[in-house]
Design a protein around this ligand. Structure first.
Ligand code: ATP
Ligand code: ZN
Length: 295
């Protein structure tokens, strides 16, 4: 492994893996995996990929074993909170996938009307740092009980009174007689890097990687939108095209009072305003995908 190749750590297998590989692929980076499956190599840029357990990623990046990593904000924040000194790694950007919530959950029979309900209670969690921070912010004195897995069985086993765990559908909680009562932390995958400066070569690779990731993230929700509209409604319509800096206005052959509007805008918001656009006289609306976009 050459010194000057940027080393990126991603989860070997689990809920972050697919999104991480997809992101690299969308960046035009193909990872060829080594025989041992723990290591991969990218050909388009001088990048090596290390495949690890997600929990090891923050410390590997901090300790110089890797330069950057993709990990859940929940795992990185927890790692940060459990350190006495400043973490040697820092978050660079959120990546928009592996969204999940760390939630407090209590037995179904509790009427949970305020955080004070937790006063003096034991809370089973794999995230004692984030749990303690939430309790402090809400002025509640309770005791996190560290558990690495199967957190949701703790109340049944009388190891704890409540739990603080990652929740997606809530089905696991339900099966264990628990209900979510408060959100402690909202998470998604993030790119982290070592704080210490990279060598000039690694820095150049890192910047090239960041540029590609930015391009992918910006274009993920972006659409190229075209429509015809009365010339007098252009200003009003532009208001409803979020993220479109300056739409292109084109003459329509044989129609002096109508123009074509072309714009790049965020799809999620565009659909919310479809009715308003029609009411303003927009017609022949076309929404096209964008393959790549460089900000
Ligand atoms: P490993 O074997 O690598 O230690 P793990 O079992 O600890 O894996 P996963 O369940 O694969 O971890 O989850 C990895 C990360 O994915 C979590 O830390 C969180 O950021 C995110 N995640 C967890 N649950 C969900 C979910 N239901 N939906 C989306 N993302 C999730
Ligand atoms: Zn893990």
């Amino acid at each position: 492994m050459s010194e000057e190749r940027l080393r990126i750590a991603i989860q070997k297998s689990g809920r972050l893996s697919e999104g991480s590989f997809d992101l690299l692929k969308s960046c035009g980076l193909k990872v060829s995996r080594g025989k041992d499956k723990l290591y991969g190599r990218v050909h388009e840029l001088p990048i090596d990929v290390l495949l690890l357990r997600d929990d090891d990623i923050p410390s590997f990046v901090a300790d110089d074993a890797c330069d950057v990593g993709i990990v859940g904000q929940n795992v990185f924040e927890e790692d940060r909170l459990n350190l006495e000194q400043e973490h040697a790694a820092e978050a660079v950007m959120a990546l928009g996938f592996a969204r999940c919530k760390l939630m407090l959950a209590a037995p179904k029979e509790w009427t949970f009307d305020s955080p004070e309900m937790l006063e003096g209670k034991r809370i089973a969690t794999s995230y004692p740092g984030l749990t303690r921070l939430w309790l402090k912010e809400h002025g509640v004195k309770a005791r996190p009980v560290m558990m690495k897995g199967s957190v949701e069985v703790a109340p049944r086993l009388k190891i704890a009174d409540a739990v603080c765990d990652i929740v997606s559908t809530g089905a696991t909680l339900d099966a264990n007689g628990l209900k979510p009562v408060a959100t402690v932390f909202e998470s998604q995958a993030a790119l982290i890097r070592r704080r210490a400066p990279f060598s000039a070569e690694k820095q150049a690779t890192f910047e090239a990687l960041l540029k590609r990731i930015n391009g992918v993230i910006t274009s993920r929700d972006a659409k190229y939108v075209m429509m015809n509209a009365p010339r007098s409604a252009v200003a009003a319509i532009t208001e409803y095209l979020p993220g479109a800096d300056a739409p292109t206005i084109l003459e329509l052959a044989g129609a002096s009072d109508k123009v074509a509007i072309h714009a790049v805008c965020r799809e999620s918001v565009f659909w919310d305003h479809l009715e308003e656009l029609k009411n303003l006289g927009a017609s022949a609306i076309l929404v096209l995908p964008i393959e790549k976009m460089m900000p």
